[in-house]
Ligand binder design. Structure first.
Ligand code: 1BN
Ligand code: ZN
Length: 319
Protein backbone atom coordinates (compact mmCIF):
# COMPACT_ATOMS: atom_id res chain seq x y z
CA UNK A 1 0.00 0.00 0.00
CA UNK A 2 2.80 2.39 1.03
CA UNK A 3 4.68 1.57 -2.16
CA UNK A 4 1.61 2.38 -4.27
CA UNK A 5 1.30 5.70 -2.45
CA UNK A 6 4.97 6.52 -3.13
CA UNK A 7 4.51 5.69 -6.80
CA UNK A 8 1.37 7.83 -7.01
CA UNK A 9 3.09 10.78 -5.28
CA UNK A 10 6.12 10.43 -7.56
CA UNK A 11 3.85 10.31 -10.63
CA UNK A 12 1.91 13.39 -9.47
CA UNK A 13 5.14 15.37 -8.84
CA UNK A 14 6.49 14.37 -12.23
CA UNK A 15 3.22 15.34 -13.96
CA UNK A 16 3.29 18.75 -12.22
CA UNK A 17 6.91 19.42 -13.12
CA UNK A 18 6.36 18.31 -16.72
CA UNK A 19 3.36 20.65 -16.95
CA UNK A 20 5.53 23.51 -15.66
CA UNK A 21 8.26 22.70 -18.15
CA UNK A 22 5.73 22.60 -20.97
CA UNK A 23 4.53 26.06 -20.03
CA UNK A 24 8.08 27.37 -20.02
CA UNK A 25 9.41 26.01 -23.30
CA UNK A 26 8.71 26.49 -26.95
CA UNK A 27 7.73 23.26 -28.69
CA UNK A 28 9.81 22.35 -31.73
CA UNK A 29 8.18 20.94 -34.87
CA UNK A 30 8.92 17.34 -33.86
CA UNK A 31 7.11 17.81 -30.56
CA UNK A 32 10.39 17.99 -28.61
CA UNK A 33 10.79 20.86 -26.18
CA UNK A 34 13.56 23.16 -27.36
CA UNK A 35 13.82 26.77 -26.18
CA UNK A 36 12.72 28.15 -22.79
CA UNK A 37 10.34 31.09 -22.80
CA UNK A 38 11.86 34.38 -21.60
CA UNK A 39 9.67 35.97 -18.91
CA UNK A 40 9.50 39.67 -19.82
CA UNK A 41 7.53 40.66 -16.71
CA UNK A 42 10.17 39.10 -14.49
CA UNK A 43 12.91 40.93 -16.43
CA UNK A 44 10.97 44.20 -16.04
CA UNK A 45 10.79 43.63 -12.26
CA UNK A 46 14.57 43.04 -12.24
CA UNK A 47 15.12 46.44 -13.90
CA UNK A 48 12.86 48.04 -11.26
CA UNK A 49 14.70 46.26 -8.42
CA UNK A 50 18.03 47.73 -9.56
CA UNK A 51 16.50 51.22 -9.75
CA UNK A 52 15.17 50.84 -6.20
CA UNK A 53 18.80 50.98 -4.98
CA UNK A 54 19.05 54.47 -6.52
CA UNK A 55 21.67 55.45 -9.13
CA UNK A 56 24.42 52.76 -8.90
CA UNK A 57 27.26 55.27 -9.18
CA UNK A 58 30.65 53.81 -8.23
CA UNK A 59 31.70 54.88 -4.73
CA UNK A 60 28.12 55.24 -3.42
CA UNK A 61 26.19 53.05 -0.96
CA UNK A 62 23.61 52.27 -3.68
CA UNK A 63 26.44 50.84 -5.80
CA UNK A 64 27.75 48.73 -2.90
CA UNK A 65 24.28 47.39 -2.01
CA UNK A 66 23.47 46.56 -5.61
CA UNK A 67 26.78 44.69 -6.04
CA UNK A 68 25.85 42.48 -3.13
CA UNK A 69 22.36 41.87 -4.50
CA UNK A 70 23.63 41.06 -8.02
CA UNK A 71 26.15 38.61 -6.59
CA UNK A 72 23.43 36.83 -4.60
CA UNK A 73 21.13 36.68 -7.63
CA UNK A 74 23.81 34.91 -9.65
CA UNK A 75 24.94 32.68 -6.77
CA UNK A 76 21.37 31.34 -6.61
CA UNK A 77 21.52 29.95 -10.16
CA UNK A 78 25.10 29.70 -11.50
CA UNK A 79 27.68 26.93 -11.06
CA UNK A 80 30.44 29.36 -10.05
CA UNK A 81 30.41 33.07 -9.18
CA UNK A 82 33.47 35.28 -8.78
CA UNK A 83 33.68 38.95 -7.88
CA UNK A 84 36.76 40.66 -9.29
CA UNK A 85 37.77 43.70 -7.24
CA UNK A 86 40.29 46.30 -8.36
CA UNK A 87 41.12 49.96 -8.08
CA UNK A 88 41.04 52.19 -11.18
CA UNK A 89 41.64 55.88 -11.82
CA UNK A 90 39.14 57.70 -14.02
CA UNK A 91 39.89 60.45 -16.58
CA UNK A 92 39.20 63.13 -13.91
CA UNK A 93 41.62 61.56 -11.43
CA UNK A 94 39.01 59.89 -9.23
CA UNK A 95 40.17 56.62 -7.66
CA UNK A 96 37.39 54.04 -7.65
CA UNK A 97 37.01 50.50 -6.36
CA UNK A 98 35.39 48.39 -9.06
CA UNK A 99 33.54 45.09 -8.91
CA UNK A 100 33.19 42.91 -12.00
CA UNK A 101 30.69 40.15 -11.20
CA UNK A 102 31.22 36.91 -13.11
CA UNK A 103 29.12 33.74 -13.27
CA UNK A 104 29.87 30.49 -15.12
CA UNK A 105 27.25 27.99 -16.26
CA UNK A 106 28.34 24.46 -17.21
CA UNK A 107 32.11 25.05 -16.78
CA UNK A 108 32.76 21.49 -18.02
CA UNK A 109 31.78 22.49 -21.57
CA UNK A 110 34.54 23.93 -23.79
CA UNK A 111 32.23 25.53 -26.34
CA UNK A 112 31.35 28.76 -24.50
CA UNK A 113 29.59 32.07 -25.09
CA UNK A 114 30.18 35.24 -23.08
CA UNK A 115 27.21 37.51 -22.31
CA UNK A 116 27.98 40.87 -20.72
CA UNK A 117 26.42 44.16 -19.66
CA UNK A 118 27.60 47.05 -17.49
CA UNK A 119 25.85 47.50 -14.15
CA UNK A 120 27.12 50.94 -13.02
CA UNK A 121 25.41 54.29 -13.63
CA UNK A 122 26.80 57.54 -15.00
CA UNK A 123 27.59 60.05 -12.21
CA UNK A 124 26.30 63.04 -14.21
CA UNK A 125 23.22 63.48 -16.39
CA UNK A 126 25.28 65.74 -18.66
CA UNK A 127 22.89 65.37 -21.61
CA UNK A 128 19.86 66.55 -19.63
CA UNK A 129 17.81 69.19 -21.46
CA UNK A 130 17.64 71.15 -18.19
CA UNK A 131 21.12 72.55 -17.41
CA UNK A 132 20.33 72.61 -13.67
CA UNK A 133 20.01 68.79 -13.70
CA UNK A 134 23.31 68.00 -15.40
CA UNK A 135 25.26 67.39 -12.20
CA UNK A 136 22.68 64.89 -10.94
CA UNK A 137 23.37 61.15 -11.36
CA UNK A 138 21.62 59.02 -13.99
CA UNK A 139 19.15 56.38 -12.71
CA UNK A 140 20.11 54.14 -15.59
CA UNK A 141 16.92 52.09 -16.04
CA UNK A 142 17.84 51.57 -19.68
CA UNK A 143 21.57 52.47 -19.51
CA UNK A 144 22.19 49.79 -18.31
CA UNK A 145 19.89 48.06 -15.78
CA UNK A 146 17.97 46.71 -18.79
CA UNK A 147 20.92 44.63 -20.02
CA UNK A 148 21.66 43.33 -16.51
CA UNK A 149 17.99 42.38 -16.04
CA UNK A 150 17.92 40.44 -19.32
CA UNK A 151 21.04 38.53 -18.23
CA UNK A 152 19.67 37.78 -14.74
CA UNK A 153 16.40 36.50 -16.18
CA UNK A 154 18.31 34.46 -18.74
CA UNK A 155 20.45 33.03 -15.92
CA UNK A 156 17.28 31.70 -14.28
CA UNK A 157 16.34 29.98 -17.55
CA UNK A 158 19.83 28.43 -17.75
CA UNK A 159 19.36 26.93 -14.29
CA UNK A 160 15.89 25.58 -15.22
CA UNK A 161 17.05 23.98 -18.47
CA UNK A 162 20.85 23.71 -18.94
CA UNK A 163 21.90 24.47 -22.54
CA UNK A 164 24.40 22.40 -24.55
CA UNK A 165 26.85 25.34 -24.68
CA UNK A 166 28.71 26.74 -21.71
CA UNK A 167 27.73 30.29 -20.75
CA UNK A 168 29.74 32.99 -18.96
CA UNK A 169 27.86 36.02 -17.68
CA UNK A 170 29.93 39.09 -16.84
CA UNK A 171 28.43 42.17 -15.20
CA UNK A 172 31.07 44.85 -15.68
CA UNK A 173 31.58 47.95 -13.56
CA UNK A 174 32.72 51.55 -14.23
CA UNK A 175 31.68 51.69 -17.88
CA UNK A 176 30.00 55.07 -17.69
CA UNK A 177 32.52 57.37 -15.93
CA UNK A 178 33.95 58.51 -19.28
CA UNK A 179 34.30 61.71 -21.26
CA UNK A 180 33.84 62.73 -24.91
CA UNK A 181 36.95 62.67 -27.03
CA UNK A 182 38.83 60.17 -24.83
CA UNK A 183 37.85 56.69 -26.00
CA UNK A 184 39.76 54.79 -23.32
CA UNK A 185 38.12 56.78 -20.50
CA UNK A 186 35.04 54.51 -20.89
CA UNK A 187 34.59 50.85 -19.97
CA UNK A 188 37.26 50.76 -17.24
CA UNK A 189 35.82 47.61 -15.66
CA UNK A 190 35.93 45.70 -18.94
CA UNK A 191 39.41 46.99 -19.72
CA UNK A 192 40.54 45.63 -16.35
CA UNK A 193 38.85 42.24 -16.87
CA UNK A 194 40.25 41.89 -20.41
CA UNK A 195 43.79 42.41 -19.01
CA UNK A 196 43.18 40.17 -15.97
CA UNK A 197 40.57 37.60 -17.04
CA UNK A 198 39.36 35.04 -14.50
CA UNK A 199 37.48 32.49 -16.63
CA UNK A 200 36.80 29.37 -14.56
CA UNK A 201 36.70 27.35 -17.76
CA UNK A 202 38.06 27.76 -21.31
CA UNK A 203 37.98 31.22 -22.89
CA UNK A 204 34.60 31.87 -24.54
CA UNK A 205 34.54 31.65 -28.36
CA UNK A 206 32.13 34.57 -28.86
CA UNK A 207 30.77 37.48 -26.87
CA UNK A 208 27.51 39.42 -26.84
CA UNK A 209 27.31 42.80 -25.10
CA UNK A 210 23.90 44.20 -24.17
CA UNK A 211 23.57 47.95 -23.77
CA UNK A 212 20.30 49.91 -23.62
CA UNK A 213 18.08 46.94 -24.47
CA UNK A 214 14.86 47.95 -22.71
CA UNK A 215 13.46 51.16 -24.17
CA UNK A 216 10.16 51.51 -26.01
CA UNK A 217 10.66 51.56 -29.77
CA UNK A 218 14.24 50.21 -29.62
CA UNK A 219 16.03 49.39 -32.86
CA UNK A 220 19.11 47.17 -32.96
CA UNK A 221 21.19 47.69 -36.09
CA UNK A 222 24.59 46.03 -36.65
CA UNK A 223 27.06 48.30 -34.86
CA UNK A 224 30.28 49.36 -36.64
CA UNK A 225 32.94 47.71 -34.39
CA UNK A 226 30.79 44.58 -34.07
CA UNK A 227 30.97 44.31 -37.87
CA UNK A 228 34.70 45.00 -37.87
CA UNK A 229 35.50 42.21 -35.39
CA UNK A 230 32.60 39.74 -35.53
CA UNK A 231 30.64 40.24 -38.77
CA UNK A 232 29.81 36.53 -39.25
CA UNK A 233 28.49 36.28 -35.71
CA UNK A 234 26.44 39.47 -36.19
CA UNK A 235 24.82 37.90 -39.27
CA UNK A 236 24.04 34.76 -37.30
CA UNK A 237 22.51 36.57 -34.30
CA UNK A 238 20.40 38.86 -36.52
CA UNK A 239 19.15 35.79 -38.44
CA UNK A 240 18.28 34.07 -35.17
CA UNK A 241 16.36 37.18 -34.07
CA UNK A 242 14.46 37.31 -37.37
CA UNK A 243 13.61 33.60 -37.19
CA UNK A 244 12.41 34.05 -33.60
CA UNK A 245 10.02 36.77 -34.84
CA UNK A 246 11.92 39.89 -33.74
CA UNK A 247 12.97 41.29 -37.12
CA UNK A 248 11.12 44.51 -36.28
CA UNK A 249 13.68 45.14 -33.49
CA UNK A 250 16.78 43.61 -35.14
CA UNK A 251 16.94 45.64 -38.34
CA UNK A 252 19.46 45.27 -41.15
CA UNK A 253 20.39 48.93 -41.64
CA UNK A 254 24.02 49.88 -40.85
CA UNK A 255 24.39 51.13 -37.26
CA UNK A 256 26.87 53.72 -36.00
CA UNK A 257 30.16 53.14 -34.15
CA UNK A 258 29.97 53.05 -30.35
CA UNK A 259 32.79 53.24 -27.81
CA UNK A 260 31.55 50.41 -25.63
CA UNK A 261 32.71 47.43 -23.56
CA UNK A 262 32.85 45.10 -26.57
CA UNK A 263 35.83 47.02 -28.01
CA UNK A 264 38.08 45.76 -25.20
CA UNK A 265 36.71 42.21 -25.31
CA UNK A 266 37.68 42.21 -29.00
CA UNK A 267 41.00 44.08 -28.85
CA UNK A 268 42.46 42.93 -25.52
CA UNK A 269 40.76 39.61 -24.72
CA UNK A 270 40.72 38.60 -28.40
CA UNK A 271 37.15 37.31 -28.28
CA UNK A 272 34.92 38.27 -31.25
CA UNK A 273 32.22 40.26 -29.49
CA UNK A 274 29.20 42.16 -30.84
CA UNK A 275 27.12 44.89 -29.23
CA UNK A 276 23.33 44.72 -29.17
CA UNK A 277 22.68 48.42 -28.62
CA UNK A 278 19.69 50.61 -29.32
CA UNK A 279 20.75 53.29 -31.79
CA UNK A 280 18.44 56.02 -33.07
CA UNK A 281 20.04 57.78 -36.03
CA UNK A 282 17.19 60.30 -36.11
CA UNK A 283 17.81 61.31 -32.45
CA UNK A 284 19.57 64.64 -32.73
CA UNK A 285 22.78 64.98 -30.71
CA UNK A 286 23.25 61.60 -29.05
CA UNK A 287 22.01 59.08 -31.63
CA UNK A 288 20.61 57.03 -28.72
CA UNK A 289 17.19 56.86 -27.00
CA UNK A 290 15.92 60.32 -26.04
CA UNK A 291 16.59 59.98 -22.28
CA UNK A 292 20.23 58.86 -22.71
CA UNK A 293 22.46 60.41 -20.00
CA UNK A 294 19.55 62.46 -18.64
CA UNK A 295 17.60 62.34 -15.38
CA UNK A 296 14.73 60.84 -17.43
CA UNK A 297 16.39 57.44 -17.88
CA UNK A 298 13.84 55.93 -15.46
CA UNK A 299 11.36 53.03 -15.42
CA UNK A 300 8.88 54.81 -17.68
CA UNK A 301 11.37 54.36 -20.56
CA UNK A 302 11.20 50.57 -20.21
CA UNK A 303 8.96 48.37 -22.34
CA UNK A 304 8.78 44.65 -21.43
CA UNK A 305 8.31 43.85 -25.15
CA UNK A 306 11.82 45.14 -25.90
CA UNK A 307 13.31 43.08 -23.05
CA UNK A 308 11.46 40.07 -24.47
CA UNK A 309 12.83 40.58 -28.01
CA UNK A 310 16.41 40.58 -26.71
CA UNK A 311 16.03 37.86 -24.07
CA UNK A 312 14.16 35.47 -26.34
CA UNK A 313 16.68 36.02 -29.14
CA UNK A 314 19.52 35.11 -26.77
CA UNK A 315 17.68 31.98 -25.65
CA UNK A 316 17.22 30.94 -29.29
CA UNK A 317 20.92 31.56 -29.81
CA UNK A 318 21.91 29.32 -26.88
CA UNK A 319 19.44 26.43 -27.34
C1 1BN B 1 27.21 53.46 -23.62
C2 1BN B 1 26.31 53.74 -22.68
N1 1BN B 1 28.21 54.32 -23.48
C3 1BN B 1 27.90 55.13 -22.48
N2 1BN B 1 26.75 54.78 -21.98
C4 1BN B 1 29.39 54.35 -24.28
C5 1BN B 1 29.53 55.59 -25.10
C6 1BN B 1 30.64 56.37 -24.95
C7 1BN B 1 28.58 55.93 -26.05
C8 1BN B 1 30.79 57.54 -25.70
C9 1BN B 1 28.74 57.07 -26.81
C10 1BN B 1 29.84 57.89 -26.64
ZN1 ZN C 1 25.86 55.61 -20.40
Amino acid sequence: MMRILYVMVAWALCAMSCANNKAAVHQAAGGQSSVPQFDADSAYALVARQCEFGPRVPGTSAHAACAQWLTRQLEAVADTVLVQQASVTTFDGTKLGLKNIYAAFRPEIENRVLLLAHWDCRPWADADPDPSMRRRPVMGANDAASGVAVLLELARCLRGMPPTVGVDILLVDVEDWGTDGDEDSWALGTQYWARHPQWVSTTPHYGVLLDMVGARGARFAPEYFSMEYASGFVGHVWNVAREAGYGNYFVGTQGGAVTDDHIYINRIAGIPCLDIIDMRPDQEGSGFFSAWHTTHDTMDQIDPSTLKAVGQTLLHLLY
